[in-house]
Design a protein around this ligand. Structure first.
Ligand SMILES: *Cc1c(COP(=O)(O)O)cnc(C)c1O
Length: 449
């Protein structure tokens, strides 16, 4: 007899044997689902036996803001690939990169008008850390002193990426610093700021604690890095604009470089084009990525003022010491220009307002459930926090059976929907989240009894 094995089973079996996945072991890993198609806000999934159609509540890790197979973005990629797909960026330039940079400069606040195109969010963060160091090297040389300002202050609860420099500014516990302690630089950690709507007392307490730490280390510090207003992968935590304003002020007082990592928050996700606008501040360096290409390609950008760039360029190093092989990749740059062209039309404002309204309405009632510790809806981000670590395998299955793709982490079931989600899509997504939360609560209470 003949055992029929589907194409999907072959794919999944080969994957299981040979492919690494993000933050996953190769033994005892949860089963994968194969994506067989993607269109608009929907993915077609296959588990080897069954096919599922799901709404993508993750927007592919917060990137796919304009949806899959977006005709404008598809056309940008195919037009560029019919010309050339890649060319080195050392000594050469091209229209796609200039278009991407122009789109960025037009959207970014003044005076951020000098752009370094990098490969990914993490690489962008690395570049920003090196740039901050080179700024201090240049300033020290101008004063004729010896460099002491080399460390970076970061927030507890932060996430800035997975490369070693970026890891060094992630939350020391959540970022597993102990495991890599000999290979990551020792940075300085400030307390996690109080919530977005924190009262004056909470803000003042935080400012005092922060000032004590910063003042004690002022001569060692090169800069401060934050995810402005929303800590993402560290816990979906919206924090007080007054605290960000305070950090801007401290950076000015002490001549520190303020880096805003807007990789998750940039291009409208929090309800402002850039999250720094909530505090009415402009950082010295801004890093963007994720949704920049509409989730089509990997590309990020580091922006600073031309004045800062000039300072570094006249300093001892002369050049900014970075240059990825695929810098300014034409396919990625073409799709960045196209994606930011859609952002520039401004429709995201209504989209984010709609997502916020529907998710607030659909999820707030979960607050009353025993075991739900918080429901946070901020901009186009919705998170439900529970009092136990989410059982991932169960959660994924429950979500998929409810026609939604979700990827919870720690104690959070969250969604970062594509901007183009309709009200019906969002209602469906929220129903899937409720199903996962309810299942998690029943399942843990059964285990406990
Ligand atoms: C995702 C993320 C990064 C890392 O980006 P990669 O493209 O995964 O390297 C950095 N900072 C923030 C705030 C992020 O959310």
């Amino acid at each position: 007899a003949f055992l029929a094995v589907s194409l999907e089973q072959h794919l999944l079996e080969y994957d299981r044997r040979h492919v690494w996945h993000p933050y996953a072991p190769t033994v005892g890993a949860d089963p994968m689902l194969a994506v067989t198609a993607a269109d608009g806000v929907r993915l077609q999934l296959h588990d080897g036996e069954h096919r599922y159609e799901v709404i993508d509540g993750m927007a592919s890790w917060w990137c796919q803001i304009h949806g899959y197979r977006n005709p404008v973005l598809d056309e940008a990629v195919s037009r560029q690939s019919s010309q050339f797909s890649h060319v080195m960026f050392g000594g050469l330039t091209h229209q796609a990169a200039v278009d991407a940079v122009k789109a960025l400069v037009d959207l970014a606040p003044e005076p951020l008008d000098r752009v370094f195109l990098a490969d990914s969010g993490s690489v962008g963060v690395e570049v920003s850390l090196k740039l901050a160091r080179q700024v201090q090297i240049a300033r020290t040389a101008a004063r004729g002193g010896t460099l002491t300002r080399t460390r970076i202050a970061a927030l507890r609860g932060a996430y800035h990426g997975d490369t070693l420099g970026a890891m060094s500014v992630c939350d020391p516990v959540g970022g597993m610093h102990a495991m890599f302690s000999d290979s990551i630089p020792r940075q300085l950690f400030l307390p996690r700021p109080p919530s977005f709507d924190a009262d004056v007392d909470a803000v003042e307490t935080w400012c005092d604690q922060t000032d004590d730490i910063v003042d004690a280390h002022r001569d060692e510090l090169a800069g401060i890095i934050v995810e402005p207003i929303l800590q993402g992968a560290g816990g979906m935590w919206p924090w007080s604009p007054a605290c960000l304003k305070h950090l801007r002020q401290r950076a000015d007082d002490l001549d520190l470089v303020l880096i805003a990592d807007e990789v998750a928050t940039g291009f409208g996700r929090t309800g402002k084009l850039f999250a720094c606008e909530w505090a009415d501040i402009v950082p010295d360096i801004m890093v963007v990525g994720k949704s920049m290409t509409g989730g089509y390609m990997t590309q990020s950008a580091v922006l600073c003022s031309d004045e800062l760039a000039t300072e570094v360029s006249r300093g001892p190093g002369g050049s900014l010491m970075h240059g990825p092989t695929f810098m300014g990749n034409p396919l990625a740059s073409a799709v960045t220009a196209a994606s930011l062209g859609i952002v520039a039309q401004g429709g995201w404002q209504d989209d984010v307002a709609r997502i916020n309204e529907v998710m607030s309405r659909e999820l707030t009632p979960l607050r009353d459930l025993d075991g739900v510790t918080d429901v946070r809806v901020f901009g186009a981000i919705a998170a439900v926090q529970v009092d136990s670590p989410i059982a991932m395998r169960r959660a994924t299955r429950t979500a998929v059976e409810n026609q939604v793709w979700l990827r919870p982490f720690r104690d959070l079931v969250y969604a970062m929907p594509p901007y183009i989600c309709t009200e019906d899509d969002l209602v469906g997504m929220a129903a899937g989240m409720r199903a996962v939360v309810t299942d998690q609560l029943t399942h843990t209470s059964l285990e406990e009894s």
